[in-house]
Design a protein around this ligand. Structure first.
Ligand code: E4P
Length: 214
């Protein structure tokens, strides 16, 4: 499973990129707004840090606007993936962008039929938001399982990008279900790495190391 970081914070992205564990980056307007910087500046900086797919989201909601913004974003760097909302105008734009050879990430997916249609439109990635489904009492991972099964049944090439991850268990479940990608917030990447037995074991080794004669 590929690991993306879900962030627009350059320090966070540099931190995980230095570990060599990050295959790509996803952003959204909320994450970019937190940086206080213009979208293009943030996206170009991210492309200089991570060599892999970098999702940048359009703001337009009409076909012409999405295609125009998507083409402009794609010109910023060869690794840009244009993130498009899962609405009818969005899917029309995905079809056009795909025929231009531009990669797309269809976002805000909350059911399997939405995912099926996004794949038929030519999406490169589909982003089901598991955490937001859990937040309202559903089971986001059921949706991942359904989409992975449907895509496999029909040999659809769209990659399942598990999004809205809230905790390490989501990462394990996404991998076990065969999701192609998990996009993980910086905080959760560090939670994944943390284990009390690793910390106590290291503490004991370091204490014992002081007893080794030089
Ligand atoms: C996906 O690409 C989105 O940026 C993100 O995962 C949304 O997560 P949230 O529900 O925590 O905002």
């Amino acid at each position: 499973m590929k690991i993306f970081i879900d962030s627009a914070d350059l320090d966070e992205i540099r931190d995980v990129a230095a570990m060599g564990v990050v295959d790509g980056v996803t952003t959204n307007p909320s994450l970019v707004a937190k940086t206080g910087k213009p979208l293009k500046e943030v996206i170009v900086s991210i492309c200089e840090i991570v060599e892999g797919p970098i999702s940048a989201e359009v703001i337009a909601t009409d076909y012409d606007g999405i295609v125009k913004e998507g083409r402009a974003l794609a010109k910023l760097h060869e690794n840009i993936v244009v993130k498009v909302p899962l609405i009818p105008e969005g899917l029309k734009a995905v079809r056009t962008l795909a025929s231009d050879g531009i990669q797309t990430n269809v976002t805000l997916c909350f059911n399997a039929t939405q995912a099926l249609l996004a794949a038929k439109a030519g999406a490169t990635y589909i982003s089901p938001f598991v955490g937001r489904i859990d937040d309202i009492g559903g089971d986001g991972m059921d949706l991942i399982e359904q989409i992975v099964d449907i895509y496999e049944n029909y040999d659809l090439e769209t990659e399942v990008l598990t999004a809205s991850i809230r905790h390490p268990l989501h990462v394990v479940q996404a991998a076990m279900l065969g999701a192609h990608v998990a996009t993980i917030p910086h905080k959760v990447i560090h939670q994944v790495l943390k284990h009390p037995l690793t910390d106590s074991g290291l503490e004991r080794f370091l204490a014992d190391a002081k007893k080794i004669p030089s």
